[in-house]
Design a binder for this molecule. Sequence first.
Ligand code: GDP
Ligand code: CA
Length: 342
Amino acid sequence: MKNVTVLAGGVGGARFTRGLLAHLAQAHPSVAGGGSSVAAGSSAAVTVVVNTGDDMWLNGLRVCPDLDTVMYTLGGGIAEDQGWGRPDESRRTSSEIAAYGRGWDWFTLGDLDLATHIVRTELLRSGQTLSEATEFLARRWHPGARLLPMSDDPVETHVRLADAADEHAAGDLIHFEEWWVRYRATVRVSEFVQVGLDAASAAPGVLDAIAGADVVIVPPSNPVVSVGTILNVAGVRDALRSTSARIVGISPIIGGSAVRGMADQCLAAIGVETSALAVGLHYGARSAGGLLDAWLVDETDAAAVASLAAAGIRAEAAPLWMRDVPTSAAIAERALKLALAG
Ligand code: GDP
Ligand code: CA
């Protein structure tokens, strides 16, 4: 196995990929201890295609929540308890911005994190693409994997509100992050709209990373607004359909609930039940025109394995809580085994 490609959102995708890199380094410890990159000791090169649908402009800066979560997590610079942003943060700059009556008081940007957005924005304004800016930022963090934004073109997920909220009327479109962070996904949604999708193409390297992979992994990321967004980028579904890679997914739903966060609200909005079985069937069997060759569910969802198999998806049950790096690495190991079996 030479190439592994992961289609990731933020927290779930980042934690899984960190475990994957740890597993690969463990399985091939030939240069363990040398170098700063975890992948240096692995036999496989890992590419992470990251959702950029959550990206937005804030106070004149381009913020890419999922790219940054993946970069900080893999680079050892994540605030572990919250899953996003940097540890030991201060908020002096956002307080100053708030004192001018500007900014979004529901979205916090720490001082250390702001440096990333300032450098990224400077690079974008000087004419670099998001891929180039991402590569530049990642050079500092040594993530041990190649990080690719799904697209260099802005594609922003918006939600159409079914109910009024504050200054917004029912039917208004608001940015996904406003619905997610400001309203904690509590306002009903009638649809998700990917603004900019029609004019967007996959970033350089994305389609090749799918075509040239031995295994493509759909990590336990939000199926609607993380993985779903990547799948909708032109060419991605076709690349997944025609790749010779095995495609394996890991359920982000355990025992009928979204483990961290509010993915159940997103699933409800597209009419998919919050269960490991329903999400597996939503992705669908590759043999029936869907995405998956294989699907890993949690032990508590073992009863779903037979129904998944009946639908043409090879499934197994394993502990899927990513409590730390070793438990995430064990999940990655099981997923790779399942992908390559059969
Ligand atoms: P976001 O962009 O930060 O929301 O992150 P992702 O889209 O990558 O992943 C979020 C999803 O990961 C959550 O909705 C959960 O369903 C899932 N998740 C988080 N932690 C775990 C875990 O420990 N195990 C599993 N199986 N899923 C998890
Ligand atoms: Ca996200």
